[in-house]
Design a protein around this ligand. Structure first.
Ligand code: PLP
Length: 479
């Protein structure tokens, strides 16, 4: 066995950490029977062959570098390449989380300044960067809400959400130990104020809403909602995953929200999908600051350090200090755009969504007619008469090199199609999408079989989803 070395690294004012390491220079005695007797027969290919292999493979899947990706709710926007270049620099990737503070001053400054910028765009007093997903931020925020109510002698029992809530909201509420109460939306798809007034009592810890909501609509009565919630001693939580519509336009804390999570990987640009990677910081108002996770990054006379002095903290919610390289990307994104640039991001996202809405509202059902924010929700219901479902429309889009929008969510819209064009798409790209959608609508009327068999041009054709769900097989088999 190699010799075990122990390193001790002490942190400012904290106990020493012990790290086991292995000395690579020491010879390892391995039993002869495990040793290879002949060189391994690795395939040898030339550079052009290997490059072609990977380039071809990269085009089998759809991605935002290849074509339009109007996936609603999840803000799959274009992420500037400079983020990737800068965040992969050695100074960021080759550091160790137990390094002394004095050797990572630049890193700590990024944490410190990003938290500050996130406070500025949202109006909150304090931000923690520790949670590593939107859902994780929700759970952290709800733990803070619980700690606040506990400090007043009663954690309370339930949390109210509207029926448009993203699926992670009820899940996080349950994980935080609360009962979920669902509130029916009114005809405009917004919070029903009178229903909320009836439902919110002294046993309700908080009202948790997404703004703009998952119908892409701005909740107009937030001040009134905040009054109702606060009058009963409750707290108002904002799911900020749709913050791409509000940058530089609205600061949620000023509307009366007490806690909000940001999805850095959505609004502030990190390639994501397939479950990661993510970063879900939360911002809170002053009275909740003392419950936030530790450590925080503090600054004194231009020196940055990790600080732990928060006796009422809910504790750590993740190892080390969050998902660092996503934090770097968000920092670069905000620094490059500046406040004017961020404002334009949201303005363009809203204009693009309303353009698509206007151009397609005569072709597809539009259950909620008012102007939308960054996304628009149509229904494919009027094609039911030709035996066509929204699923068929989504699959047919793939044949035109366009990713399908989110479908069948939000669930209160029948056969829903949730389209989020995002801010970076040009008018040409949007016009092409609009024309394709109109063409598909025409095909649905004249040649429905074509849609039912779509996609016909992708490497993998339509999958049997019922079979896949009933006969789940997740093994990897080498063909
Ligand atoms: C994406 C999203 C979430 C969850 O974020 P994750 O990072 O995927 O955990 C929560 N709410 C809304 C509205 C979202 O769009």
């Amino acid at each position: 066995m190699a010799e075990k070395l122990i390193f001790e690294i002490s942190q400012k004012g904290k106990k020493a950490y012990t790290l086991p390491c292995w000395d690579q220079s020491k010879k390892v005695d391995t039993d002869k029977k495990f040793l290879r007797s002949e060189p391994i027969g690795l395939a040898e290919v030339s550079e052009p062959e290997i490059v072609r292999h990977y380039v071809n493979m990269s085009t089998n899947n759809h991605h935002v570098d290849k074509g339009f990706y109007p996936l609603g709710s999840c803000t799959m926007k274009y992420n500037p390449k400079i983020n990737e270049k800068l965040s992969s620099m050695d100074g960021f990737t080759e550091i160790h989380p137990y390094q002394p503070d004095s050797t990572i001053q630049g890193v700590l400054k990024i944490y410190h300044d990003l938290a500050d910028m996130l406070c500025k765009v949202s109006g909150f007093d304090k931000v923690t960067l520790q949670p590593v997903a939107g859902a994780h931020g929700e759970w952290t925020g709800l733990k803070v809400i619980r700690a606040y109510h506990e400090s007043k002698g009663n954690p309370r029992k339930k949390i109210i959400i509207p029926d448009t809530a993203h699926g992670t909201n009820p899940a996080s509420i349950v994980m935080a130990g609360y009962d979920v109460i669902e509130l029916k939306s009114n005809e405009q798809g917004l919070v029903d104020i009178e229903e909320l007034r009836k439902a919110f009592d002294e046993d309700t810890a908080a009202f948790m809403i997404t703004n703009p909501n998952t119908l892409g609509l701005f909740e107009q009565n937030i001040k009134q909602i905040a009054e109702i919630v606060h009058a009963k001693g409750g707290l108002l939580y904002m799911d900020g995953a749709n913050f791409n519509a509000l940058l530089g336009i609205v600061r949620p804390a000023e509307l009366g929200f007490d806690v909000m999570h940001y999805n850095l990987h959505k609004t502030f640009s990190t390639p994501h999908g397939g479950g990661g990677p993510g970063s879900g910081p939360i911002g809170v108002v002053k009275k909740l600051e003392r419950f936030l996770p530790v450590p925080d990054v503090c600054e004194e006379n231009g020196k940055y350090y990790l600080c732990y002095d928060r006796p009422e903290t809910i504790g750590k919610v993740h190892s080390f200090y969050g998902n660092f390289l996503i934090i770097v990307r968000a920092y670069i994104y905000m620094k490059i755009l500046g406040s004017d640039g961020l404002h334009k991001v949201s303005e363009n996202a809203i204009i693009n969504a309303n353009y698509v809405k206007k151009m397609l509202e005569d072709t597809f059902d539009l259950p909620y007619k008012q102007n939308c924010m960054h996304e628009v929700v149509f229904s494919g219901e009027n094609f039911g008469q030709y035996g066509i479902k929204t699923l068929d429309i989504a699959k047919r889009l793939l044949d035109f090199g366009i990713h399908a929008p989110t479908i069948y969510f939000p669930i209160l819209v029948h056969e829903s199609m949730m389209i989020e064009p995002t801010e970076t798409e040009s008018k040409d790209t949007l016009d092409n999408f609009i024309n394709v959608m109109k063409k598909i609508a025409e095909e649905a009327r004249t040649n429905p079989e074509l849609l039912k068999n779509a996609p016909t041009s992708t490497p993998v054709r339509r999958l049997d989803e019922v079979l896949a769900a009933k006969n789940l097989d997740v093994r990897y088999e080498k063909k």
